[in-house]
Structures are given as C-alpha cells and as structure tokens.
Write a protein that binds this ligand. Sequence first.
Ligand code: ADP
Length: 402
Amino acid sequence: MPVFFGLRSFLAIALVALGALASLLMNGDAQGGLIVLVCGVAAVLVASGAHDDAPTAIVAAPAVPAAVQAPQLAAVIEAIAEPLLVIADHHVEAANQGARELLGQHILGEDVRVAIRHPAAAERLMDPQDGANGGPIHLVGLGAREQRWEMRMRNLDDGRRVVHLIDRTGSYAAERMRVDFVANASHELRTPLASLLGYVETLADEAGDDPEIRGRFLKIMFGEARRMQRLIDDLISLSRIEAEKYRAPNQSVNMGDLVGQVCQELSGSPRAADVVTQIGDVPPIRGDMTQLSQLLHNVIGNAMKYGREGTPVTVTLIPDGTSMVRLTVTDEGEGIPAQHLPRLTERFYRVDSGRSRSLGGTGLGLAIVKHVVERHRGRLDISSVVGKGTAVTILLPLQSVS
Ligand code: ADP
C-alpha cells in the first residue's frame, strides 16, 4: 500500500483534529474550530516535510518483474555455434545449425549412428550409461578429413541425451607444431654437438699430438660451435619476437639508413660486392630497430647466399602510396619451385637442407622475418621463378611518428 505520511505526522494531525473538536465543543465556534484544524494540519505537513523518519513522498511499489519467457529448446540450441544434438531413443530429436552443417541437413529424426557416422562415436552413443560418466572422446575424420572433434555427452533427467561436438582442429595443430618444433630444435642442436664430441675425443687420443690434424680439427670444431651459436641466437630471437607480438613497436626508424648499415655489416661476407641499393625518399617508420635490422640481415643475407655468384642482389626501398614503405630484395639465383613457397616461413623448413646447412643457414631466418613483419602490421610476399631468381617484398606501414 502506498505510504503518504509518517506515523508521527499522522499522530500530530490527529491531535490537531482533536484540538479543533474541543474548541468547537467548548466555544460552540465552528469557524474557529475549522481554522484551528486547517492551520494545524498545514503546520504539521510543513514541519514533517524534512524531518519525518518515514518517507513523505509517494513511493512507487517495486515493479513486478516481467515473467521470463522460457525459450524453446530449439531456439536455445540454435543460439549455440558449436554442433549440438538432442538424442531421444537413439534418434536425433533436435540438431542446431552447426550440427546440420557438419553432419547434413537430413539428420533430424535419423538414427544417431547414421547421423554421426563414426564407429567410436556410435559405440559410445549406444551405451546408456555413457552420458552420465563417460569422458570426452576424440573423433578424426568427421566433416573434413583433417578435422578433429571432441564429443561430449550428457544424460538429461527425462532420458534424452545432449551430444556436444567441439572443434579441436586448431589446438591440435598448435600442439603438433609445438611438439615438432621441440623435436626439430633438439635435432638441429644435437647434430653439431655430436660432431664436436667426436672431434674432442679424437683430439684427446694420439691424433691430438699431430699439429696439422689438431689445426684442421679445431677449425671444424669452431665451425660447429658457431653453428650451434647461430641456432641458439635465432631461437632466442624468435621467442623474444613472439613474446612481444602484441606490443606495438614505438621507435622512429629510418629504413634507408638501416639498409645502408646492414649492407655495411654484411660487407665482410663473400658476396657483399654484388649488392646494389636503390633508396628512395622514405619518411621514418614506427618500428623496432633491432628486429628490423634482423629482418634486413636475413632477407639480404639469403639473397647473397642463394643468389648466383657474380649476379647482382638488388635492394630497393621506396614509398608505397601514402601510408607504406616497400622493401624489395631480388637475386638472380636458382629460384624456388612454387610448391615450396607457402611453407618457407615455417620453422626449419628448407628447400635444400644440405645447401642451407653448408651455407650456414639455421632454417629460422624467414620464420623470424614473418614474425617481425606481423608485429609491424606489414605484409610479406615471396615470388620466385626457377632458374631466374627470387624477389622478397615487404610492405611496412609508415604510421607517422608522434
Ligand atoms: P636458411 O637459414 O636455411 O636460409 P630461411 O628460413 O632463411 O632458412 O629460408 C628457408 C629456406 O628458403 C632456405 O633453406 C632456402 O631453401 C629457401 N630460400 C630462402 N631465401 C631464398 C632465396 N633468396 N633463394 C632461394 N631459396 C631461398
């Protein structure tokens, strides 16, 4: 019930009314009694406006919450993106869009073993106890051949079962990549290490007394140790770049100067004389100086390594529209067959492993380049013509430096 006055206000008005009645009875003065009553009530109302404990304004009663409409089961499962089925008596009673896309539009009403054509799934789906205590099962080959699904089941109180399919293809691929990476890195490190140990053992024997053999072996050992060092340096760089993936680089980098500096640093290598640079007028970019230097080392270094002796390596740097700079490094080497191009930026992927190793390659150079380009929100393109040569193009956003 709405509350108009506080309790004290009500008592005060009652007293005023009593006073007015007494005045009327004692004096027989109806007008006087009425005036007393009206003034008294007004005084009480004014006085109670600010001081009453109870609220003086009309307080609206809390609105009755609108009844929550229970959505239909079909609407609920349709709102879930992952494939979901409701099974009754081993038949598909309901299936959301995700399930229909994966298993076919015809599955409604079908025997669940026909709907989910998978032997492992069928066995579990026919076991009445499974939804109560069975763990998830993994299905390969449902939908596309490479896809991997996790199937979970729950028994409802009324005997129906909810089957939930979760796409694990991405996480499986990431896990595979991680396992492969560790295996590859261990293998790459173990090979020079085994070689080093072999030479150390031989030197410890009589062979170590021969100065000629000792000198030759020490040179090989130095090469193997350097190979391990390059590999470890590249592994550390890669993990640093990955760790900083989501941190935008914030240095002002003059790419023209950096290209000059890297070419200078590479000037000790055998093919340095063949590098021709064409640097246009490009404004500084917002970047990470160390990582961009490494990118240039890897791309220009590759062109020098895999380019044909005596042919030029060309490095051009020009503006690309108003918001990007374009770096192109071309060589006139053997080129790369088209089927290898999409995989070149994978860790340890090499077109010719023997050649890469003999030239001091770690197989991580282009993987590092890809990560640096991604961190700078740039683009990487590698094109190649077998027998003619390779061109690596990198676009980097200018992002005016504040
Ligand atoms: P590596 O350390 O082996 O050079 P990268 O990751 O830099 O590793 O390159 C991967 C592979 O791509 C190399 O092993 C090589 O087979 C190929 N490649 C890279 N750049 C060139 C190029 N300019 N010309 C021909 N092949 C190249």
